[in-house]
Design a protein around this ligand. Structure first.
Ligand code: ATP
Ligand code: ATP
Ligand code: MG
Ligand code: MG
Ligand code: MG
Ligand code: MG
Ligand code: MG
Length: 289
């Protein structure tokens, strides 16, 4: 068929092929989830149902894209790692990013009732996405460590912050003052005010200070908080034997392990190479995501 005279506009599309043989990481993050969490009555600082929904949406992405080796999620974000030699969509960045992002977003909405059945979804959420390329395994591992270190820093802060607010009755953001009256010996008195604000209280504190506030003032041992809160969730594929005939299946599992330890990466060397077996189990994750 003859080309139409409009066909030239196609030439305006620019090439966005990603560098070959590099690790492709896609990171998604919820748009204005601070507000979204408030609007949907998420429990502070961590709503377990919402985390499970994030994990399930990520599971549904991993199930669809067999080139994905891992997913790591916390709060309103998820990172997905493609295998190094992935050639999906000929490594076109926009195709990869948009299909992953939209699959994740629609899954989040589609499975909402499965996890937050008693809370109506008030409006469609959206997620932004970016692609980052990492040239070698070490940098990729550092990326994963960086995201997990972020979970720890945020969660320790948020846990202490909301404990001060919910149990310590400090004000979260607006300044709240307690008034003290001092009476001097000649009968003169004056008032002075102390600022009681959680944010102020935590200003300048290091991890040890926050652990101590939790333990000494509220009898909370931070170590006993749920692993999913402290470490986020790593999803990856695992080949398992399904019967005596040694037939292998690939499943997607979720763990909340310490990825900051180098031993984790030594113990999980196959994370970078695992190939899905033919008999992939499609009906759900192995453990309770
Ligand atoms: P942006 O659009 O720039 O990403 P944001 O409001 O989404 O803005 P983030 O830094 O991404 O800001 O933070 C996400 C916020 O979403 C958290 O600070 C928290 O308030 C809320 N949130 C996300 N997941 C949960 C959860 N499982 N439980 C409680 N709150 C959550
Ligand atoms: P790709 O993933 O490469 O985009 P595709 O199957 O989506 O593959 P398209 O070229 O985008 O291919 O074509 C979309 C197809 O979806 C149409 O050819 C048609 O078969 C179907 N389709 C889309 N919208 C409608 C509609 N409103 N009614 C009937 N069929 C539709
Ligand atoms: Mg953001
Ligand atoms: Mg966000
Ligand atoms: Mg975020
Ligand atoms: Mg089309
Ligand atoms: Mg199409």
């Amino acid at each position: 068929m003859a080309k139409s005279s409009f066909e030239y506009v196609k030439k305006f599309e620019l090439d966005d092929t990603l560098l070959p043989n590099t690790w492709i990481v896609v990171r998604l993050d919820g748009k204005c989830f601070h507000k979204f969490a408030d609007d949907h009555n998420f429990k502070k600082p961590n709503d377990l149902r919402a985390l499970k929904l994030m994990n399930y949406a990520a599971f549904s992405v991993m199930r669809d894209f067999s080139d994905l080796l891992m997913g790591f999620g916390q709060s309103d974000e998820y990172s997905f790692v493609f295998k190094k030699d992935c050639n999906l969509y000929k490594r076109r960045a926009a195709k990869l990013l948009t299909t992953i992002t939209s699959k994740f977003s629609t899954s989040y909405t589609y499975y909402w009732n499965k996890f937050l059945g008693d809370q109506q979804l008030l409006y469609p959420p959206s997620f932004d996405g970016r692609i980052v390329l990492y040239p070698n395994e070490d940098t990729l591992i550092d990326y994963m460590k960086w995201r997990q270190a972020d979970v720890h820093i945020n969660n320790l802060y948020n846990t202490t912050f909301w404990t001060l607010v919910q149990e310590g009755k400090l004000s979260p953001t607006q300044a709240s003052f307690n008034c003290y009256v001092i009476t001097l010996n000649k009968g003169h008195s004056f008032n002075f005010y102390i600022l009681f604000q959680a944010e102020k209280r935590l200003c300048g504190t290091v991890s040890a200070d926050k652990n101590e506030i939790l333990f000494k003032e509220f009898n909370i041992n931070y170590n006993n908080e749920l692993e999913i809160f402290k470490r986020g969730t790593l999803l990856f594929r695992k080949n398992i034997n399904i019967d005596e005939s040694n037939k292998c299946s690939t499943v997607i599992v979720d763990v909340h392990d310490d990825m900051l330890k180098d031993s984790f990466w030594k113990d999980h060397k196959d994370l970078f190479t695992i190939k899905s077996k033919q008999h992939f189990i499609y009906n759900g994750p192995m453990t309770e995501i």
